[in-house]
Design a protein around this ligand. Sequence first.
Ligand SMILES: NC(=O)c1ccc[n+]([C@@H]2O[C@H](COP(=O)([O-])OP(=O)(O)OC[C@H]3O[C@@H](n4cnc5c(N)ncnc54)[C@H](O)[C@@H]3O)[C@@H](O)[C@H]2O)c1
Length: 456
Amino acid sequence: MASPPHTSKTLKLERYNSYLRRLHSTKVLNASSKLIFRVTLLIALVLILFFTLNYPPLSDKNPNHAHLHHHNFLSAALFTSSAGGDAWEKQVRHSSTPKKPNGLSVLVTGAAGFVGSHCSIALKKRGDGVLGLDNFNSYYDPSLKRARQKLLLKNQVFIVEGDLNDASLLTKLFDVVPFTHILHLAAQAGVRYAMQNPQSYVSSNIAGFVNLLEVAKAANPQPAIVWASSSSVYGLNTQVPFSELDRTDQPASLYAATKKAGEEIAHTYNHIYGLSLTGLRFFTVYGPWGRPDMAYFFFTKDILQGKPIDVYQTQDKKQVARDFTYIDDVVKGCLGALDTAEKSTGSGGKKKGPAQLRVYNLGNTSPVPVGNLVSILEGLLRTKARKHVIKMPRNGDVPYTHANVTLANRDFGYKPTTDLATGLRKFVKWYVDYYGIQTRAKKDSDINSEHPEESP
Ligand SMILES: NC(=O)c1ccc[n+]([C@@H]2O[C@H](COP(=O)([O-])OP(=O)(O)OC[C@H]3O[C@@H](n4cnc5c(N)ncnc54)[C@H](O)[C@@H]3O)[C@@H](O)[C@H]2O)c1
């Protein structure tokens, strides 16, 4: 069949339709290029915003500032809320400025801790400037740390709340204050807990210590550093009394191993960067405001509550003994070490000459069997303990500690003067006051007259 013939009317209609199609496609093209333009503009804006927030301006040459800029958003937010601003800087400066000519300006890490709080107040009382740093972790009751913090505030010592591993915060502190010394006491303490939470020891005692040394080495002037090692580095050493020359390569716990690692790390930073470093090996420190995880403390609590206490014996049924050292003696040792610490020799992160590297025992030189400790407590609390004598489990504890302190005596006159009975009396007095316990011990006039209210 033939197709229908073309008339002029159908031709016109077709031309009109094709015109309409062209018109439509041009509109679509225009609309889509507008859309592409807008999307590109939006992406560009997002990218500009992202780079502005994440990278420092090219003109900022201060490496410390660059470091701060690279800090992640979350901690930057925390940082500005807890540390920073004019009021905060004023408080930091006020706390760390010495009140006497040639006084020290000391950053005390672990200032809310047992030894740290005592040392901070002792330094402040003699006119030195002190700034504390502590992360207030919950290894033991943080309310005790908060109570120590309150006491420090009363004594004009401000504690910055932060972690040793926060490089930006530490750098900021050194930007604000030219510390002459660091008394580094912050650590994960405790021998037994290392089996439960080994990573916390690595984080605070190794990574945190390295972080602090990195900041100290870069600071101008470099501070001198006195830090807490531990008698636990003697580990399975059988030579008594323990001397600094004895071997320390047989740690019995991860805690001891991290302290030993600290001593080796100290050697490295002294050798490469000229940091002046003094390690103090404390021997079972005890006293008021002490640590609830230590035997003298939880024995007191359990005896008062009528609970049984585990008293350890060695594998060959001998008494476990400790060279218990009273806090005031240890504080004197720490201050003596700070006063005799020579200046670091480096600057701009580079060593300029040999620097001092020391290690000292700070003990009491007279070990006491743990059984005797319990008898003294029974007497002070006037309560019989329910003793449960068992073999010492293999949990990192060592059977015996005994310090030779000849070196500390020679170099800064360290001479412990408090025997265990005297020191425990002061501890028990504090304990019953602090926890508001009505005991027969509390009525004992001997105990009541001993201890001044305020000293930590
Ligand atoms: N008390 C002793 O018998 C004894 C014996 C040997 C060695 N030492 C050492 O002496 C030092 C002081 O001991 P202490 O008995 O006062 O202990 P402590 O636990 O009372 O004090 C340590 C303080 O450091 C803080 N801290 C821990 N990790 C931190 C971190 N990463 N950043 C910031 N703060 C952190 C804790 O919150 C705590 O307040 C420690 O280094 C400890 O290992 C103590």
